[in-house]
Design a protein around this ligand. Structure first.
Ligand code: ADP
Length: 168
């Protein structure tokens, strides 16, 4: 990846080709960042989820839909492991980032924004969630040029920034 930056704010306002959604297996919307993306993008995203993913998506996998009314052209949905439900295999979280980058690359996206997958309701320990995000994105061999990790709160933003500085 050529550049990885930390952003403090709301992922739905990012002007990038693709934003990543921390979805669930059903892919029919939910809380947290998932709810925010469906609200901001409008009903076209859910329609596309139903049409393109009639059986939802496996944990660790990724797939795309339209961005609907979002500034981003595509939403790349991925399903993080639910730490709180006992899904603690780190490779599943690594796979979310790898698969999302691969899907975005295949679409021809040049810029992408990620939330901290699994770090909310799913309860993945924050420091490790950040480490997986930064390491996996930096190591990716893709055509994508601009990747961002968007942290909703100030302390997570600072931690992401520090991790990028030490990993770059
Ligand atoms: P998960 O179920 O994968 O844990 P959540 O949506 O609960 O997903 O949380 C994932 C991360 O996204 C958390 O760090 C949360 O603070 C953050 N988040 C929630 N809403 C937004 C938003 N609008 N933009 C960016 N990040 C968000």
């Amino acid at each position: 990846m050529s550049t990885l930056t930390a952003v403090h704010g709301d992922i739905t306002t990012q002007r990038v080709d693709a934003i990543v959604n921390a979805a669930n297996n059903a892919m029919r919307g939910g809380g947290g960042v998932d709810g925010a993306i469906h609200r901001a993008g409008g009903p076209a995203i859910l329609q596309d989820c139903i049409a393109r993913f009639p059986r939802g998506l496996a944990t660790g996998d990724a797939g795309w839909t339209t961005g609907g009314d979002l500034p981003a052209r595509w939403v790349v949905h991925t399903v993080g492991p639910n730490w709180n439900a006992g899904q603690r295999d780190r490779e599943l979280l690594v796979s979310c980032y790898r698969r999302a980058l691969q899907v975005a690359d295949e679409l021809g996206a040049r810029s992408i924004a990620f939330p901290l997958i699994s770090a909310g309701v799913y309860g993945w320990p924050r420091e490790d969630a950040i480490q997986v995000a930064v390491d996996t994105i930096l190591a990716a061999e893709v055509q994508l040029e601009d990747a961002r990790i968007v942290a909703f709160d100030e302390s997570a933003f600072r931690a992401v920034q520090a991790s990028i500085r030490s990993g770059a």
